[in-house]
Ligand binder design. Sequence first.
Ligand code: GDP
Ligand code: FO1
Length: 308
Amino acid sequence: MITILAGGTGSIKLVRGMYKESENITIISNVADNFWHYGLYICPDIDTIIYGLSNNLDRKKGWGVKRDSFNFLKYMNTLGPETWFNLGDKDLTTHVLRTQLLKEGKSLTEITKFFTDKYGLSLLVAPASDTHYESNMVIEGNKRIHLQEYWIKYKGSMPVYDIIYNNIKKARVTLQAQRTLEESRLILFAPGNPITSIGPIINIPGMKNLLKKLKNKIVMVSPLISNRAVSGPCEIYMKAKNISPNLRGLIDFYSEIANTMIFDKLDEAEIEKKLRNDYPEINFCYSNILMTNLRKETSLARYIISNF
Ligand code: GDP
Ligand code: FO1
């Protein structure tokens, strides 16, 4: 079995390739970008994985349902509430149903299984935790705001002084996720935001120690190419956590827990010349890691499956 730690828009590309190429994969999904909105519980990364694997994702945006309409939001707007989070009409069914199931006492793990079954998926998508915790940005005046609010409502326009995982102390890795990690032959960190997608998973109490023990089978795929994020706010968030927003910072961040790191072929010269000697214990590998179409996603997945 192969287990993949995943976030949303970047991770889904590799997850989709791996799902095509391998019979037996499990996803451990980030949950720290989950939030309550209009009384509904929204789980963007879980939904991106489910929509992505069932061919329902709006691939251009990287989130939401393809060819969705936004009538609900338009009417909501006429009544006054803020409408900065673009909830599509089809997407809304997921949030309404999920919230109803939560209120009936089901766990997020059970609810996610309900949705993967409904969407006809033959893999386990395990939320990293059933306890709600969330990535919060610390902005001016020591004020904390949710990641979605920072990035979508305020368009990442204000300085961020820190990023914290609010309530993470109460979170526990689910038994299901722990077993999966132990039993897998390979643990893959999809190219996700290290601070807001993979970071919240590996910082759940007890998780780092578990991953350190499993280090030999952990492979990280870089979200940075040529020292830049392929998309999104990765560099801003790395800086906010005092991590150099470049290849060295990324390697440092994962060096305790990942034995193998896959970078783009474009970065081979720089890593071999300037970085390899500082990290003798890490197995650096190079491939084409920019996934701009389905062919590139499967080709990277094939490279991983045949080499690790
Ligand atoms: P988010 O939850 O929407 O932030 O999505 P993720 O955390 O899953 O992914 C965002 C990260 O994936 C960003 O840091 C991007 O730089 C990276 N990314 C996006 N597309 C690609 C790609 O095609 N290849 C690689 N290697 N990284 C990518
Ligand atoms: N991202 C945006 O940039 N703008 C949106 O309006 C937006 C709506 C949205 C709705 C449902 C969903 O599942 C995801 C959505 N996202 C949107 C993406 C999401 O906010 C982020 O990519 C992740 O949460 C970061 O991990």
